[in-house]
Design a protein around this ligand. Structure first.
Ligand code: 5AD
Ligand code: SF4
Length: 445
């Protein structure tokens, strides 16, 4: 009987990609994926350390898993527990002290070693903490994907050298690294063979991509996208997350020239105040960001923007916050994420004097109200239009399929299951708070 594996993924899309890779590694060890921890022999928590709340969730889940293990042992069975991801990397051996029942602690740079670690655990009961940044790169050692969703993720770049003063990523994911072009193309072709029709290129700073070409030169993200667009059955390409400073003219031009590149860009700015941007060590000013937005819109008029914002950063005044609201008003977002600043151990901003939580909550509510309004306005403007929707999954109701518009809006549409995995033209006829509804159009958009 195959052994059973349950992976729970927290945090960003890079973790979603990593979880799929871990499932491939453990698939090679005879583990088949199951839907709940209750069915599993091995549970992997793939964790996120970006904000305190995300990290704390891991410990409550570990408490539940420990209870499940005790119950199993009472019945003569067992359960093995591994923690992967950025909490594993940040806490390392400390995690085994706080939760000694955890068998394996594996940082994001060591997933290719997971197979051996699990074997040793099974054979000799050897527990382990593996949080080194090994000399070999994990990407060389990971197996090729064995399955894919219609809309797949592909990590092309990892780590970050920017050191924004609030962020743990440079510490948990390490220095910036770009995968060679040939590896990315081979993995993309494999994903398309397996059924992917859309690929989102992932990286903490994906537009800083500078992978090696076979001639030894460096390839930018724009060039990489042009190469990927030559794969015939690949209908859509996206990328996330970008830093404004790395948004070079070539990448912007790619939006004008490559139809498969979707008109949606996630471009975090964090704050609309130059003073706060400086304290955050973002290395750009508000006007630099505005110029990038204008250039993107110049390249492709229908481009939709998404962003990340942090409110209540140490030293943020009412005037600074008003500047953020003003920037949001000026830019007009289709969608955005906003967060209360959360001090992270080991980052410079955590040492500074903190704002009162009441202030953070009030600012977050105010910003969210504006962002929600902008999103509703953007969605309402899509009603009546015919847009391409990649039908990726079953919809909310029987007889429906669901997918995303070019602008990342979730769309539900009455369609036969045989259309799953295809790109359909959909006439949008209504907008709800979290999704759009439409019907199949006769002609292509
Ligand atoms: N507190 C709150 N939000 C944060 N982010 C990163 N670090 C923190 C922090 N310490 C947000 C940023 C980033 C997104 C992934 O998470 O907005 O773009
Ligand atoms: Fe973190 Fe992004 Fe700043 Fe890098 S650029 S330190 S990942 S917020």
């Amino acid at each position: 009987m195959p052994k059973k594996l349950f992976i729970k993924t927290y945090g960003c899309q890079m973790n979603v990609y990593d979880s799929a890779r871990m499932a491939d590694v453990l698939g090679g060890q005879g583990y088949a994926a199951v839907e709940t921890p209750e069915e599993a022999d091995l549970v992997v928590l793939n964790t996120c350390h970006i904000r305190e709340k995300a990290a704390e969730k891991v410990y409550s889940e570990l408490g539940r898993l420990n209870a499940l293990r005790r119950f199993r042992r009472g019945q003569g069975g067992d359960l093995r527990i591994a923690v992967a991801g950025c909490v594993a990397q940040a806490e390392g051996a400390e995690m085994r002290r706080r939760a000694p029942f955890v068998d394996l602690v594996v940082g994001p740079q060591a997933y290719h070693r997971l197979g051996d670690l699990v074997s040793q655990l099974e054979r000799a009961g050897e527990q382990a903490v593996e949080t080194d940044f090994p000399a070999e790169t994990k990407f060389d050692a990971l197996p090729a994907p064995s399955s894919t969703a219609t809309a797949a993720f592909l990590t092309v770049q990892e780590g970050c050298d920017k050191f924004c003063s609030f962020c743990v990523v440079p510490y948990t994911r390490g220095a910036e690294y770009s995968r060679p072009v040939a590896d990315v193309l081979a993995e993309a072709e494999r994903l398309v063979e397996l059924g992917a029709r859309e690929i989102t290129l992932l990286g903490q700073n994906v537009n800083a991509y500078h992978g090696e070409r076979s001639d030894g030169g460096r390839c930018s993200l724009g060039e990489l996208i042009r190469r990927l667009a030559e794969i015939p059955a690949l209908q859509r390409i996206r990328y996330t997350t970008s830093h404004p400073l790395d948004m070079d003219p070539e990448l912007i031009r790619t939006h004008a020239e490559v139809p498969a590149l979707m008109p949606f860009v996630h471009l975090p700015v964090q704050s609309g105040s130059d003073r706060v941007l400086e304290a955050m060590n973002r290395r750009h000013r508000v006007d630099d960001y505005r110029r990038v937005v204008d250039a993107l819109r110049g390249a492709r008029t229908d481009i939709a923007l998404s962003g990340d914002f942090i409110v209540g950063f140490p030293g943020e005044t009412d005037d600074d916050f008003a500047d953020t609201l003003r920037l949001v008003e000026n830019v007009g977002y289709a969608h955005a994420y906003s967060f209360k600043y959360s001090p992270r151990p080991g980052t410079p901003a955590a040492e500074r004097e903190q704002l009162d939580d009441v202030v953070k909550v009030r600012r977050l509510e105010q910003l969210n109200a504006l962002l929600d309004l902008q999103r509703a306005t953007f969605d309402a403007a899509t009603v009546g239009r015919t847009v391409g929707v990649l039908l990726e999954r079953a919809g909310r109701h029987p007889g429906q399929l669901a997918g995303r518009s070019p602008y990342m809006q979730a769309v539900h549409v009455a369609a036969d299951a045989s259309l799953l995995g295809t790109l359909a033209s959909v006439e949008i006829d209504s907008a709800c708070p979290n999704s759009l509804s439409g019907r199949l159009a006769v002609s292509a958009p």
